[in-house]
Design a protein around this ligand. Sequence first.
Ligand code: ZN
Length: 312
Amino acid sequence: MPDVAAPTTTELREIKCQSCGSTLVAQRSMLATICPYCASPSVIQRPPSQDRPTPEFTIGFEIDHTKATHLVKQWIGDAHFFTRSDFKRSAPDLIHGVYLPAYLYGAVADSSYSASIGENYTETETYTTTDANGKTVTRTRTVTKTEWRKLHGQHSCYVVDVVVTASKGVTNEALEAIEPFDLRALRRFTPALVSGWLAEEPSRGQNECFQMAHNETVAKVGNQLKQFMPGDSYTNLQFQSQLSREVIDLVLFPIWSFAVRYAEDKPPVQILVNGQTGRVGGQVPTSAWKVTFAVLTVLLLIGFIIVLFASQ
Ligand SMILES: [Zn+2]
C-alpha cells in the first residue's frame, strides 16, 4: 500500500476575511471565495504565516453535511412566532464545515465570600377578627419568620471545561448557543485529523480570550457558591476569587457554518451547528410588524375588557 503523505505547508493557503477578521487555513483545492462565517466576499488569499500556534486537541465531525442541513431547516421551521416570514421561508445556502479555534480553560478557584443567611422559624400569634355573626373574636395563627445572620467563609473548587471562542468570526455567545461539546472525544491534534477541512487560526488575542475565560470561571464559581449556601434563603452574596493552577489549551472544534440570506437589504444571518452533537444555534430576525400586531391585539383586548366592565 502506498503511503499517504500528510499535506505539506506549501499546499496550504490562508484566507483572511476583511469583514469579520477571521483567518482560515485550507488546502489549495478547497479555498473559499466567501467567508464561511459572515458570507462576505471580501476575502484575500496569502501564503500561510509561519508562526501559527499549534492546537493541542481536536474533536472529529460526527454530523455530516446532509444531516446538518436537515437540522438547520428544521430549526428555521420551528423558530418562534415573531420570526420574520421571509426568514422562515428561506433556505440556508452557504455551508462550510469549519474547525473553529477555541480555548479550553480550567483553574483552581479560591474564593472568600460573605452573605446574609436566613433561617426560617414559626411563631404562633394572636389576632382579632369578626366572625360570621359579626362578633369580634380573638384567634391564633402560625406565621413563618426569618432570622438573618452574617456568614463569611472560604471556598475552594476546581473549575474545568470552560470553552471560549478564539475566532473573530464567531462570538462567544454564538459558540455558547451550540455548546456543550462532549469533551471525552478530545484527541491530540495532528494535521492529518483536520486535513480536507477548513481550519481557522485564532484571530482573537490571547489576552481577550483569557479575560473571557476568567469571566466565565468566576460566573461558574458564583453558581457553585449559590448551591453551597446554607439556611433557607440568602441575600447579598459577595465573593472574591483567586484563580491559580490555570490550564489553557487551544482546541479545534467541528462546526457547520450556515449563512441564511432572507432579504436583499439585510446582512445574512449566521447559524451554527455543533458538528459533534448537531445542536443548532443562531439569532433569528424578528418581524417588527408581527410584534406590533401582537402588542396592538393585546391592547385592544385590554381596552375591550375595560369597556365591558365599565358598562356593567
Ligand atoms: Zn468573515
